[in-house]
Design a protein around this ligand. Structure first.
Ligand SMILES: C[S@@+](CC[C@H](N)C(=O)[O-])C[C@H]1O[C@@H](n2cnc3c(N)ncnc32)[C@H](O)[C@@H]1O
Length: 238
């Protein structure tokens, strides 16, 4: 083999491979979004995962989409891009974001009017959004909020998913490999606090949250497929 297996190399290839272009009328919007994420180091999804979401949306033709953790809408951009390919598909995309700073970015972006008609941008906690917006019959759920809350959030929304081939996409399920460190299995919180390694401490709640979510899914009737994007994506369906 010419190249040693290398996660970073794979990731760079995945992000940079040749792809379809963004339609001219949406370029300005997309460029502005990317400028925000570059300037703010905001962890918006990259184009590879975005294309995957767009593809799923084209395939599934969801009526209702819900996002846990939407930032200023960069992941939603890809769902919305699928609108033009299909007649009468998406009825509503529920976006949720707690950070006020990001709401302002969302408001400043040049969203096409026909897209704004579909977007319901909830400024607050996704847990509250489920209740307040009385969300039901979700066809496609994208989870990208706080990793430590993945299971709690999923338990809250699971019975509000559509019964007709519902799809869930969960981002960062590999957590840059930290999920393999077995931190939460082997060490108590107390032991962990004694460690000087700040990064391990910081990633503990997320790793722990992702593990709990995994365990739940493994014992549920959801089917799952793991996609090895950089931070790992889990696709669930039933
Ligand atoms: C990784 S970023 C999401 C980026 C977005 N999906 C994108 O690709 O552009 C995670 C976001 O989730 C938000 N978040 C975390 N917990 C949340 C919650 N309980 N309700 C709503 N948003 C939440 C954070 O403020 C953060 O902006």
């Amino acid at each position: 083999m010419k190249y040693k297996p290398c996660w970073d190399l794979l990731h760079r290839f995945s992000e940079n491979h040749a792809r379809m272009r963004i339609p001219d009328q949406y370029k300005k919007l997309y460029d502005e979004m990317r400028a925000i994420s570059d300037r703010e180091y905001f962890p918006a999804i990259k184009e590879d995962l975005g294309r995957f979401l767009q593809f799923l949306s084209l395939l599934k033709q969801p009526k209702k989409i819900f996002e846990f953790g939407s930032g200023y809408g960069q992941s939603a951009f890809w769902f919305l891009l699928s609108i033009n390919n299909i007649e009468n598909n998406i009825e509503a995309i529920y976006l949720t974001e707690t950070k006020e700073r990001l709401w302002k970015y969302y408001d400043s972006l040049p969203w096409p009017q026909e897209w704004l008609l579909k977007i319901n941008y909830y400024r607050g906690d996704a847990f509250k959004a489920i209740e307040e917006l009385n969300v039901e019959e979700i066809d496609l759920l994208f989870m990208d909020g706080q990793k430590s809350s993945y299971l709690d959030f999923f338990l809250r929304i699971e019975n509000r998913m559509s019964t007709d081939f519902p799809i869930v996409v969960v981002d960062n399920i590999f957590w840059k490999g930290n999920i393999l460190n077995d931190l939460s299995n082997q060490q108590s919180n107390q032991q962990l606090n004694q460690q000087t390694d700040l990064i391990k401490k910081m990633s503990y709640p997320s790793v722990n949250g992702i593990e709990k979510f995994y365990n739940y899914i493994n014992n549920s009737n959801w089917h799952s497929i793991f996609f090895p994007y950089y931070d790992g994506v889990l696709l669930l369906y039933k």
